[in-house]
Design a protein around this ligand. Sequence first.
Ligand code: AP5
Length: 188
Amino acid sequence: MRVIMLGPPGAGKGTQGERIASRYDVPHISSGELFRDEVARQTETGKRLRTYLEAGDLVPDDLVLSLIMDRVIAAEADGGWVLDGFPRTLPQAQAAAKVARDAEISAQAVVYLEVPAEVLAERLAGRGENRADDTAQVARHRLEVFTEHTRPLLDYYTQRGIIVRIDASPPVDAVSETIFAALDRIEG
Ligand code: AP5
């Protein structure tokens, strides 16, 4: 199974991405988790990433691609992947599509999680893990960044016929069931 998770901050990409990865037994590759881990380990890369993450700004495309693409290729050997947080801009999507073509792999579905903005704000405010980018101000900025740079991917993937739109407002288990039903149909 090869799935891309798309949706605004707090929509549930991480929550549902982990469940999809577990159900279809493929690696869950989260760009945000990967970057936060680099920051926590205070690597040279982590020091570069930190400023972007704390501000809720996008990490530059070339840096993102250099950190993620090898992992995606490696995950192929494990039967696929769930990409959570990547691609996040049109240039990232185009670069990923080129590598995928060369390697003769492609996403089967892009799961787009739709949630009203006021629910997103509540979810991020209520998250227990104290992320530096969950303050109301930075969370608002992340939503603006999503709208400007990531939302256009909805059209990009709709044109490719692989978008699965999911109402992600209901409770977590109900959202998972809807996603699984759609992905089972695609896989079957
Ligand atoms: P990233 O970690 O990807 O953050 P995000 O997209 O802002 O998403 P979140 O992790 O906040 O939310 P989510 O949709 O995963 O929801 P979650 O499941 O956690 O990226 C962080 C930063 O890294 C970016 O700002 C950027 O700086 C950088 N970055 C990452 N990738 C990049 C890229 N490709 N290019 C450039 N920069 C990049 O759920 C949120 C909360 O809601 C949780 O508490 C959860 O328990 C709860 N919840 C989930 N679903 C439900 C539900 N159905 N009902 C009730 N509560 C729910």
